[in-house]
Design a protein around this ligand. Structure first.
Ligand SMILES: [Zn+2]
Length: 154
């Protein structure tokens, strides 16, 4: 099931990730991100965390195969951050956790739900949550406005 690709290994919902959204939806967004990261727009690509090792970007930027978290998870041979006994004390995770919490996404709660087998329900809820109220297309947690219709994201 394709949607499962959207379960971020750190508990982030890939469907709301700006790299994922840019790659799937918008050349304009890709160019914007590329400019900010001084890379080629072609390099802004992702099919979701679960697929990243097959076809993900592996350049110098922090997404795709080169994501710090993925490197860490791979070195420990685990799929999700919750499988690591140190994750609640992990600085990398904590920083990312706080960034997301400020935007209303609780990675620890997300990981808890993945752990107890509620991944399908969780993904469904996230999908609904990160959908534009106005045009009903998918939106990004990192943007203030819908990249489709320009509606403000609350
Ligand atoms: Zn919209």
């Amino acid at each position: 099931m394709r949607e499962k690709n959207l379960a971020g290994r750190c508990g982030h919902y890939c469907g709301s990730c700006i790299i994922y959204r840019a790659y799937q939806d918008s050349d304009e967004l890709r160019e914007e991100i590329a400019k900010r990261n001084k890379c080629d727009p072609e390099d802004v690509r992702c099919d979701g965390c679960q697929n990243v090792l097959d076809g993900g970007w592996d350049g110098d930027d922090q997404w795709g195969k080169n994501c710090d978290m993925i490197h860490c998870l791979e070195s420990r041979d685990i799929m999700y951050c919750y499988e690591c006994k140190d994750y609640r004390r992990c600085q990398r995770f904590s920083k990312w956790y706080i960034t997301n919490l400020e935007k209303g996404e609780d990675l620890i709660e997300n990981l808890r739900r993945i752990k107890i087998g509620e991944i399908e329900d969780w993904l469904k809820e996230e999908k609904e949550r990160w959908t534009c109220d106005s045009c009903t297309k998918p939106i990004s947690i990192s943007l203030e406005k819908c990249h489709w219709c320009g509606e403000k994201i609350i």
